[in-house]
Design a protein. Sequence first.
Length: 595
Amino acid sequence: MSKFVDYPSKIVQLCKESGKTVRAPEIKMHFSGQPGGKADGFRAYRDELLIREPEIREEFKGGVLVATPKTSVIQTGCHEEFQDRNKLSNFLEKGPTDAEIMNTYLKAHFSKSQKREFLKVLSHHVRPIIPRSSSISEDSERANFAGIFSSVFLPNQSDSIGTRLAQLEYGVKLIYASSALSVARAYRKAAGMVTQDLMAVMVQNVAGRKWRSPDGIDLYYPELSYAAFSFNDYAPRGHKSIDGVMRAAFGLGEGVVGGLQKTAVRVNLGKPRPLVGMSDTKSILRASPEYFFALELSDAPLLPDREDFFIKRLKLDKSAEFSLLKFHTSTYYPENDRIYAGYSRFDGSSVYSFPLVFDPAETPVVPAMRYFNGMLTDLFGMHVDHEGAIDSVEMGGKKYWIFYPLQARAQVRVKGARQEKLPAVSEESIIFQASNAMGRGDYDVDIVVHVPYGAFSAKNATFIGNEIREINQKLEEAGKKYVFFTPGRFGNMEPEHYCGLPGTIDTISSAQAVFEYIPKEWGFDGSQGSHMFEALSSLGIALAEHGDDDGIAHRVAKHASSVENGKYAKIYSFTQPLKMLLDKQDGLLLFKPQK
């Protein structure tokens, strides 16, 4: 097959020829049924961009270009036929394990007519692709299913159409299987949804372009990936929540939505200072990314058995394209302990602190995010989050910034029964309090599960996560809820790079709250912007950060009627339930009520 061209440069050229700043190819529909929630949200986003094209052109003087990816939708009829043909509904009724589900789905077969339709999909996509879940319930105002289902990057570069077809089939099977796994079942149960819904699949071109790493590996990635929010739940002093926030990373967006360590930055979209946690030399050195993610462009006949099968985690200073990276680089001079924006070829060491790209005086990235936040808030009639990617191109003496919108959805925030004002209680009765908390307003708490900071290390994170899963299962079977104090970001799933405990929604399905302890010396912020954050907030599971792990342990133990010691975790029980309240200003108070 013919190899793809430099797509960002092609976009600039086509936009210059047409005089338009928005390019939005028609969405191709395949099979019968429905396109699913994610596809509906993407289509609404695409159509609104086309309507607003003259406004975008005027607002950014032609310096911001928007290109929605070429998209095909495999509608729900394909999933329904696949289920029936392979008798998967009967299989699922037997209560198989996740491993059995995955094995059975990957061994199942599509019909000849389905394969022919998949070939039509592939005829439309010659660049790398990403099949993405789009279930009937996904990205709804009730439950967004963020990160619950799979998305599978595929190189789509083999000269053999048989290999490309087999890879697409496996990608679709992985997405179908993800709708039946325990994490999806736990999320549905927590959201009050009983049955498995039908799944559509969006097949989209991957944003970015092809680069060759210094060690000779062909990679594909955009300059930046982002997840942006029109409402900043953790707005720092000097910023307004309605200004919004984004998480951004060089390369593909795994580090953005996965909340992974040393891969992404958080950017306040208001004023004054955009980058969070990077205000002085020490914090910049501590928080600056060191890694990025890229799609390996293998043409080997390899079939993915997990969603990140073709994704590589790489060091920025070893494998990233320098012509892009230098714009994101500062220089550190150890002799005077200072960091200066810009790359120095001669002295100092490089620090990837994004000194220019998020400066509104230098680029339109932050103003464009503000614009898209406002546009989508108007479109959805409520606060939104949206994901996408960005490339830059210099042509004819002008720099263009290309935005690739990938999806948009309503922000699901469960805030029922919030108090007008938190009650005044004695200092003696307070166990935990926080500002900028997520969650419903009123909880009765019988059990607190606490993993002390001293018990945590990257080496034993998996073992602690497994213990929490076992504790959760026992409590769920007993019909009991609990509050969970955890070190680091909960839900980090990358081996050897843990910045918190690994786990999914079914790990903590009986939790009422997750409180993350993130020491300043760790150099990163909490979970906002990650898929786990969205899943927790959409289910009304309270979420907040704290900075006093020893104090928490002391106060919990002081009021508990009993304590059970696990290998890593401590389980505290209370004869008289604790009370946890949230107010309309996002304050949270966990305390022992007076009798």
